[in-house]
Write a protein of this length. Structure first.
Length: 603
């Protein structure tokens, strides 16, 4: 039988018939190797081929908040055609059809990991969850730490850098969304009756992806490096996610990663390594002095801007400090590198305050031009308190520069060994490395593209949050990006108008007193957002705008719900009660940054 199908020949004999998507079969029927083999997204991405022999399928259960969820676990590897060394594993956790709510959720990683844990996070939301190994060689493998970023001395693995930068997450989302559509039969089937030239009839069945099928809502949620990964998608693929919750993104990667060596270089330059206990005392004094400035004495600096404007660090000089000898970390985000620390006591020195102030001022080049921003006042000095005590000399030695060493040693310099010494490294050298990393990895890891028009045009919604006392990714980094997006997207509007327009689809919330993607042991009475994924789902699916982010205080005198103001509004209390989100120009001005150390604008 030949099908001689032309519009003319078929005239009057073609019935285009959109079938309603049949509700999917049971989990047990769907979740078998043979069933899944017919549902995989083979054609979803040009140049990507699923390796059939790697497909793993099993059912499982997961308990969360007293509810048990059944799921199908689909894991497989795919290749990039023509490339031998860029195979990627993905895993999808697909809820039982009876609990599926037409949602897909991508999850991300942290530090050097492209994923953190199992993507069962979606189950409580009726969402398929996905994760990728980024081509690192397994879900537990990491970027720098497992050596996948440098193939040989001098040869960085540009495929892995591209995959880590943005490509693996994009492919995971595209494959995951199509797998979801196939698994739950979301695509309407168009069955067309075709009459051939010889008079026989046949049916040609095609699926229509978005036009007639059931709507699939797509989400992203992650923090830190996972926040950067989220932005890597939102900046490039505007219609990929309907909603995203991105926390403390480690974006402006070249600056962010090199900045982790700044504290050590300050100590080297000023030739003073403060005992961690001295820096802890400085932070405690800052918190005590600045807590009440927000109008509520609760142990939380909710207005680091008022602290910056009204508190002079030199007032801490002479404050006595004492820390008992310890065999473990002192609890300040990393003292002693896990090694033992002796008893520490003394009075806060002028040099100790100078180290702290220089760190808070941010990186400047030798001409005094600002090159980068720093952690907000009140955050702990995590990169400085990881100094180690040399029992033989009785002195504190420069802190380990951790992630900055692997970034610069491996990715920037292409060396397989990363035992980087700080000898000879000064502020100008850090600035040079920022510039080099920025230029060389702008299209992969840097992640600061500020024109979000495709996202806005597609109707995407973003909740972006950042702990105001973050001691790893400076909170100002998020504010600077938000301000850049506002001025880029709305160049003809004034500040208030631009922020009003932007807030319709992208909102930034600074979490008072919070640390990096977490609550803060130094300000434990601070609020932490409740279920942010639910809040973005409500925004996307029900139009409930998160004017303030819902949060909760779980310790101290003010336990209960607390609203988090959306930037640029700032929280203020009258006599401990009745918080307002106020517009305070002097405060806003402290969050505006320029970086004259670079001739190019830093987005
Ligand atoms: C993988 O399996 C599918 C479905 O059985 C098949 O259509 C496809 O050709 C296979 N791919 C390869 C590369 O063999
Ligand atoms: C999913 O499947 C993979 C490979 O088949 C397996 O390693 C993993 O443990 C499974 N995970 C869950 C949560 O079932
Ligand atoms: C998970 O939930 C089910 C149903 O509520 C319950 O029977 C089971 O004991 C739970 N399992 C665990 C490990 O909590
Ligand atoms: C890589 O280069 C560094 C610096 O030159 C050198 O110390 C190291 O031995 C080299 N490693 C290998 C495996 O060649
Ligand atoms: C197309 O769908 C019709 C019913 O809608 C079915 O009878 C026919 O077998 C299908 N054709 C193919 C090739 O799957
Ligand atoms: C399918 O989509 C087309 C184009 O949007 C529309 O004209 C048509 O009415 C839709 N059909 C059904 C059954 O929804
Ligand atoms: C802080 O106090 C010191 C000592 O009184 C003074 O030299 C310095 O100018 C003050 N800094 C600011 C920003 O006011
Ligand atoms: C710390 O300062 C107090 C006075 O404020 C003084 O009595 C004490 O000797 C000082 N301690 C040290 C170790 O300098
Ligand atoms: C450090 O030195 C002291 C005295 O010299 C000694 O008692 C102690 O055991 C040493 N600690 C470590 C961890 O070596
Ligand atoms: C911004 O524009 C609005 C509306 O045009 C106007 O009411 C407001 O005064 C302007 N604000 C500033 C600071 O110029
Ligand atoms: C807020 O914290 C309190 C105290 O721990 C708790 O009882 C309450 O359930 C929390 N509310 C939310 C929405 O998490
Ligand atoms: C604010 O709350 C703190 C802690 O409960 C309390 O000590 C202080 O007196 C309160 N201040 C006012 C003005 O109510
Ligand atoms: Ca306070």
């Amino acid at each position: 039988m030949t099908i001689a199908f032309t519009l003319a020949a078929a005239a009057g004999a073609v019935l285009a018939n959109a079938m309603p998507a049949p509700r999917a079969a049971s989990l047990d029927t769907l979740c078998t190797s043979s069933s899944v083999a017919g549902l995989l997204p083979y054609d979803a991405i040009l140049g990507v081929t699923i390796v059939n022999s790697t497909v793993g399928v099993n059912t499982g259960t997961y308990n969360s908040s007293g509810t048990q969820y059944s799921y199908c676990n689909v894991t497989f590897q795919y290749e990039h055609d023509g490339v031998s060394d860029a195979d990627v594993w993905v895993q999808y956790i697909l809820p039982d059809p009876s609990t599926f709510k037409n949602r897909y959720l991508s999850t991300g990683g942290g530090g050097n990991a492209i994923n953190s844990g199992v993507p069962t996070n979606g189950l409580a939301y009726g969402a398929v969850g996905g994760r990728t190994d980024g081509g690192f060689g397994g879900f537990d493998a990491e970027f720098d730490t497992d050596g996948v970023d440098v193939l040989a001395n001098g040869t960085v693995n540009i495929w892995v850098i591209k995959l880590f930068g943005y490509l693996a997450h994009h492919e995971m989302a595209v494959l995951g969304k199509q797998l979801t559509r196939n698994f739950y039969s979301l695509d309407a089937t168009i069955s067309t009756e075709v009459t051939s030239g010889d008079g026989t009839t046949n049916y040609v069945n095609t699926t229509s992806t978005e036009t007639n099928g059931t709507r699939l809502y797509s989400y992203y949620q992650a923090c830190s490096e996972g926040g950067r990964e989220g932005w890597s998608q939102l900046q490039r693929f505007g219609d990929q996610f309907d909603g995203a919750v991105v926390g403390a993104p480690a974006f402006r990667y070249a600056h962010q990663q090199a900045n982790h060596m700044f504290s050590a270089v300050v100590e080297q330059t000023l030739d003073y390594v403060p005992p961690p206990c001295e820096l802890e005392a400085i932070v405690t004094a800052i918190i005590d002095a600045c807590d009440p400035l927000d109008g509520r004495t609760d142990g939380v600096i909710s207005r680091s801007d008022l602290c910056l404007l009204n508190f002079n660090l030199t007032s801490v000089i002479g404050t006595s400090y004492y820390c008992a000898a310890s065999t473990a970390s002192s609890g300040m985000g990393g003292n002693g590198g896990g090694s033992s620390a002796p008893e520490q006591s003394g009075n806060v020195s002028a040099l100790g305050v100078e180290v702290a102030q220089t760190i808070l001022d941010g990186l400047h080049d030798s001409n005094g031009n600002k090159a980068y921003l720093s952690w907000a006042i009140g955050a702990s000095f995590a990169d400085a308190t990881s100094s180690t005590y040399n029992n033989a000399t009785g002195k504190w030695e420069l802190p380990d520069i951790g992630i900055a060493a692997t970034w610069i040693g491996r990715v920037l310099l292409g060396l397989q060994e990363t035992d980087m010494s700080l000898t000879g490294i000064d502020y100008d050298q850090i600035v040079d490395w920022m510039y080099y990393g920025w230029q060389n990895y702008f299209d992969t890891l840097h992640t600061t593209w500020p024109d979000l028009s495709p996202l806005n045009n597609a109707g995407g919604k973003v909740i972006h949050y950042h702990g105001e006392a973050d001691n790893s990714v400076p909170v100002g980094s998020s504010v600077h990006y938000y301000e850049t997006v506002a001025s880029t997207m709305y160049p003809s509007l004034n500040y208030t108008e631009a922020h009003t327009a932007l807030a319709e689809w992208y909102r930034l919330y600074l979490i008072p007193g919070a640390a990096h993607c977490a609550t803060n042991s130094l300000q434990p009475n601070g609020p932490w957002p409740t279920d942010m994924l639910s809040q973005v789902i409500s925004w996307v699916e029900d139009g409930v705008v998160p004017t303030t982010l819902s949060a909760n205080v779980t310790e101290g005198d003010f336990i209960g719900s607390q609203d988090i103001c959306a930037w640029p509004l700032r929280p203020y209390w009258n006599s401990n009660t009745s918080m307002v989100c106020q517009y305070d120009q002097a405060s806003i001005d402290t969050w505006q940054y320029t970086f004259p150390a670079f001739k190019l604008p830093v987005w």
